[in-house]
Design a binder for this molecule. Structure first.
Ligand SMILES: C[S@@+](CC[C@H](N)C(=O)[O-])C[C@H]1O[C@@H](n2cnc3c(N)ncnc32)[C@H](O)[C@@H]1O
Length: 529
C-alpha cells in the first residue's frame, strides 16, 4: 500500500522546483488524492485490470490505485522534465510512461482511461495546427479555435475507449455552457456512453484559468445509456459513497441538446415553470451592461477629489453607482445617492460629454483634468483609445431596474429611482414600448422567491461559488405573462416598493402571487452507479 501523502508531497516539491510559468505552459495542476481515488475506483469497478492515463504528470491516478502492481498501467506525458522529477523522487524506471504528445499520438485503443487533462486555451497552444489537422483526419472532427486542450483530450479518449470500458475525466465544465462545447457534447451524446457528470462545487484550485467550476465526466461503454445523471458535489467526502448519491437531475439523452447549456441541470430542478411564466423577458425589453469607462481610476471620483480638482459637480460630473456595495437596500433613490456623496464615496462620474462632443468649451479645471489624464496615459487604455474624444463616456439615461452582475449567494436586484448612472457592476433594464409599464412589477418578480429561483438558472457558474449574469442570457428568462402582471394593482405595487424601501424585504403577498409560476417536480430516482 502506498503512502497516501506521497502524491501531495511530490506535487509540493515539484511545484517548488519549477516556475509557475512552466506549469501553466503545460497545464500542470494536480488531482487531489481523494478525487483521484474516486475516479480510479469508479473506472476499475467490476475488477478491470488495465488503465491508461494520457496526462501522467506526477502520477496522481497511479498513486490512487490500492495495488498498482496488479494493474497494467500505461501513460503519456509530454513533459520529459516532470517525468524525470517523478523518476528521481520514486526511484522507479517508469517504463510504462511514453514521453509524447498525446494529441498527436493516434491509432491506439484503451480498455479504461482516467485523466486530468491539461487545460489551456488553444490560442496559447503551440501545436494547434497539427492537432486540428490530426483531429479532422482521425476523428472527422473540426475543432473550433475556442476549444481548449482539455476538451480535445476528452474527444480523443472517448474515441479510443474499448468496449466494456470506463473513462473518468476531471476538467472544467465550461464546455457545457459555451458555443465551442457543442461539438464535445454532441460526441458524448452520439457515443451513447455518457454515464454522468459530477460537478465539484468544492474544487477551485484545480484549473485556475478556467471560468467555470470543475467536474468529472464519466463514460461507460458497457451499455448504451438512455439518461445522463447530473451530480452536484459540495464536499469530496460525498464521493466516497457515490452509488448512494442522488443525482440532482437524470435527463433522458433525447432531451439533451448539444447546443443548449447543460449547467442548469446541476441545480436542483425540483420544480418546473407553469404557463403563468410562459413569457420570455425579451417581450418586455432587455438588460444591457452598465457604462464601461475603461479607466475608473480616472473617471470615477470622490466628491472630495472633485472639489480638490476644482471641478463643478453639477456640470463636470454626473451621479453614478460605481460599485455594487454602494447599494444595500432593494430601492435606491436620490437621497441614498446623496448619502453616498456625504460619505465621500466614489460616486461621481467625470462626464463632460455633450459639451466636449460639440467642441464647446468646458471648464478650465475640467480641461486641466483631461490633460492630466493624458499625461498619466489613461487615453491609451483599451476602451478609451477607441473613443473620440477619449474622455467622453457613453451617453445613457438612468435605468430603473438594476441587476447585480456578480453574486455569491443571492443576486442583487434594485429599483433605482435616482438620477445615478450605473457602471458595469450592474446590468440595467431597457424596456421596449410594451414593457415600460411593467418595470416595477418585473422588479417585484426578480426580487421574489420564485423569481430568484427562475432567474438564477440563467447565471453562469464560476469557480468558488461565484455566479454571473450575462445580459443576453437574461432575455430568455421566463417571467410572468402580462395577464398575470395585470392582476397586480398599481397601488399594491407602490405599497410593495415602499415596504421594500423601508424593510429591505419582499412582502409575503408578492411571494405568494408569483408562487404559481413554479410547480414541484418529483424527486429524481437514485442512481445505479
Ligand atoms: C493537469 S496535469 C495532470 C497531472 C496528473 N495526471 C494529475 O492528475 O495530477 C496535466 C499533465 O498533462 C501534461 N500534458 C500537457 N500537454 C500534454 C500533451 N499534449 N500530451 C501529453 N501530456 C500532456 C502536462 O505536462 C501535465 O503533467
Amino acid at each position: 500500500m502506498r503512502d497516501p501523502a506521497n502524491g501531495d508531497r511530490a506535487a509540493h516539491e515539484y511545484t517548488a522546483s519549477v516556475g509557475v510559468a512552466h506549469r501553466r505552459r503545460h497545464g500542470q495542476f494536480f488531482t487531489p488524492p481523494a478525487v483521484a481515488r474516486f475516479m480510479t475506483r469508479w473506472v476499475l469497478d467490476g475488477g478491470s485490470s488495465s488503465l491508461f492515463d494520457p496526462a501522467f504528470g506526477l502520477g496522481a491516478f497511479r498513486d490512487a490505485l490500492p495495488n498498482p502492481a496488479n494493474i497494467a498501467f500505461r501513460a503519456s506525458e509530454i513533459d520529459a522534465g516532470i517525468v524525470r522529477h517523478w523518476r528521481r523522487a520514486r526511484r522507479e524506471a517508469g517504463d510504462f510512461i511514453a514521453i509524447e504528445d498525446y494529441l498527436l499520438s493516434w491509432g491506439r485503443r484503451h480498455a479504461n482511461i482516467v485523466c486530468n487533462p491539461p487545460y489551456m486555451r488553444f490560442q496559447k497552444f503551440g501545436n494547434r495546427h497539427a492537432v486540428f489537422r490530426a483531429f479532422e483526419k482521425n476523428l472527422g472532427l473540426r475543432l473550433s479555435g475556442y476549444t481548449n486542450t482539455a476538451s480535445a483530450f476528452l474527444c480523443k479518449s472517448l474515441a479510443e475507449l474499448g468496449p466494456a470500458g470506463r473513462m473518468a475525466y476531471i476538467m472544467p465544465l465550461e464546455f457545457l455552457g459555451t458555443g465551442y462545447g457543442a461539438v464535445v457534447k454532441a460526441r458524448l451524446l452520439e457515443s451513447g456512453h455518457l454515464f454522468g457528470l459530477v460537478r465539484l462545487n468544492c474544487e477551485k484550485a484545480l484549473f485556475p484559468d478556467a471560468t467555470t467550476s470543475a467536474g468529472i465526466v464519466l463514460c461507460d461503454t458497457r451499455t448504451r445509456h438512455r439518461a445522463v445523471r447530473f451530480h452536484d458535489v459540495h464536499n469530496v467526502c460525498e464521493l466516497d459513497d457515490f452509488s448512494a448519491l442522488r443525482p440532482r437531475a437524470t435527463v433522458p439523452v433525447r432531451h439533451l441538446d448539444p447546443n443548449a447549456k447543460w449547467l442548469p441541470h446541476f441545480r436542483a430542478k425540483r420544480w418546473r415553470t407553469t404557463p403563468a411564466a410562459s413569457t420570455a423577458l425579451r417581450a418586455y425589453g432587455k438588460f444591457t451592461r452598465g457604462i464601461a469607462t475603461g479607466a475608473n481610476a480616472f473617471f470615477v471620483l470622490r466628491p472630495s477629489t472633485a472639489r480638490e480638482l476644482g471641478l463643478n459637480p453639477a456640470t463636470d460630473c454626473v451621479p453614478c453607482i460605481a460599485r455594487s456595495v454602494q447599494i444595500s437596500l432593494p430601492v435606491f433613490d436620490d437621497a441614498d445617492h446623496e448619502a453616498l456623496r456625504a460619505r465621500d464615496q466614489p460616486a461621481l462620474l467625470f462626464s463632460v460629454g455633450s459639451a466636449a462632443s460639440t467642441g464647446a468649451a468646458f471648464s478650465r479645471q475640467a480641461a486641466a483634468y483631461i490633460r492630466s489624464g493624458e499625461q498619466a496615459g489613461f487615453h491609451k487604455r483599451f476602451l478609451t483609445r477607441k473613443r473620440n474624444p477619449w474622455h467622453k463616456t457613453e451617453a445613457r439615461t438612468p435605468a430603473r431596474l438594476l441587476l447585480g452582475v456578480f453574486a455569491r449567494g443571492e443576486y442583487k436586484v434594485v429599483l433605482n429611482t435616482s438620477r445615478a448612472l450605473h457602471l458595469t457592476c450592474f446590468h440595467g433594464f431597457a424596456p421596449n414600448a410594451a414593457g415600460g409599464e411593467f418595470v416595477d412589477r418585473l422588479f417585484l418578480f426578480f426580487a421574489s422567491r420564485t423569481g430568484r429561483r427562475i432567474a438564477s438558472l440563467a447565471q453562469r457558474e464560476y469557480g468558488n461559488a461565484l455566479r454571473k449574469f450575462e445580459p443576453n442570457d437574461l432575455s430568455d428568462v421566463p417571467v410572468p405573462t402580462p395577464g398575470l402582471f395585470a392582476t397586480l394593482h398599481p397601488a399594491d405595487v407602490a405599497g410593495a416598493v415602499a415596504h421594500m424601501r423601508e424593510t429591505g424585504t419582499v412582502p409575503q403577498w408578492v411571494d405568494d402571487r408569483f408562487a404559481p409560476l413554479l410547480r414541484e417536480n418529483k424527486p429524481p430516482k437514485p442512481s445505479s452507479a
